[in-house]
Design a protein around this ligand. Structure first.
Ligand SMILES: C[S@@+](CC[C@H](N)C(=O)[O-])C[C@H]1O[C@@H](n2cnc3c(N)ncnc32)[C@H](O)[C@@H]1O
Length: 322
């Protein structure tokens, strides 16, 4: 983990399973077979002759390898996944944690009760379908954003995967809600960090924006299967500086938003922010919401403070800093 190289290729080779990598279909091969989803074959038993299961995940095999490699290195005790959909990645995480042999628990949250690609099924249905024996290690909460559930999940989270809406303010909000519950040294994996360049017609750069502005040690890796060899997944490690310079994340709320969260979600967001962040940051956030409304011809939502103060500054600026 102490690797400070910006480009770190090794985790992509770090498949947890002894699965013969040449037997893994590439994302393209998967797509040719009609499945747009990445798939990872898992050896459920140590012997290669054992039956292999297939888990459709929205991450490619190589992205899952990166995730599993980080799980193996970190050996976390409390994992939080935000954005579940069918539960393919949840199943891979559960299997990885199980193979690692610890007592780690996976907590997952999804806004939707139903899997968005198969609405007749409940969110996360693949876990019960493919790995029912691991269901007991999993707490799935659906029907709200992470703000609504994170108090209940509690602190001590040392590994987190953010894979939700990808549009601003999306993952910026998710991360701010989670940060107070993350341990220093926690690994935060962000998916689809290149999606807006892979599909330039969609403004899906929320994870890229978060990764870019957060003060943290970044793990940005190569993936030879991607354009220019840049992986569509990355991670960062939370340190005390992440908290000290959290104003960086608040300031990114002035980038254009692709959607306005519902009043219920905004109210959960503000309740969480009021517990954990300085009033000046919250005032700045409210002004950002108002400006996004103004830019889109909608009514202003919040009254803001009159005080003529600096909005965003580090909690404990060092000498020489402004
Ligand atoms: C890209 S899919 C997740 C894919 C999954 N991580 C995988 O790899 O298979 C995004 C999911 O995030 C959920 N979502 C969207 N906004 C959310 C929010 N604010 N909080 C929690 N979940 C959210 C959607 O309902 C959807 O199921």
């Amino acid at each position: 983990m102490g690797n400070d190289a910006l480009i770190w290729e090794e985790p992509l080779r770090d498949l947890l399973w002894e699965s013969h990598s040449n037997a893994l279909p590439s994302r393209k091969a998967g797509a040719r077979k009609g499945g747009a989803l990445g798939r990872l074959s898992l050896n459920c038993q140590p012997s290669h002759s054992q039956e292999r299961i297939r888990l459709p995940s929205e991450m490619s095999d190589r992205e899952l390898a990166f995730l599993c490699g980080l799980l193996r290195r970190k050996r976390p005790e409390k994992v939080l996944e935000v954005g579940v959909a069918a539960g393919g990645t949840s199943a891979v995480i559960l299997k990885t944690l199980n193979l690692l042999g610890g007592k780690a628990r996976l907590h997952s949250v999804d806004l939707s009760f139903r899997a968005y690609r198969r609405t007749e099924c409940e969110t996360g249905y693949l876990v019960a379908e493919k790995l029912p024996e691991l269901r007991q290690n999993w707490d799935l909460r659906t029907g709200g954003s992470v703000d609504a559930f994170v108090d209940d999940i509690g602190d001590g989270i040392d590994f987190c995967i953010l894979d939700t809406v990808h549009r601003l303010p999306g993952e910026l909000l998710d991360f701010l809600a989670i940060l107070p519950y993350l341990k220093n040294g926690a690994v935060v994996v962000v998916h689809d960090t290149q999606l807006h360049l892979i599909k330039p017609e969609f403004p899906t750069y929320a994870t890229c924006a978060l990764l870019s502005v957060v003060a943290a040690e970044k793990i940005i890796v190569k993936d030879s299967k991607r354009n220019e060899g840049v992986a569509n997944i990355a991670a960062f490690i939370v340190t005390e500086d992440t908290r000290k310079y959290i104003a960086n994340v608040f300031s990114a709320f002035m980038l254009p938003w692709a959607y306005m969260p519902s009043d219920q979600i905004l109210s959960d967001v503000l309740a969480g922010m009021e517990k954990h962040y300085p009033p000046s940051h919250i005032d700045f956030f409210k002004r950002a919401v108002n400006l996004q409304c103004l830019a889109n011809g909608a009514d202003r939502k919040y009254e803001t403070d009159e005080a003529d103060e600096v909005f965003l500054k580090a909690e404990a600026p060092q000498a020489g800093h402004i």
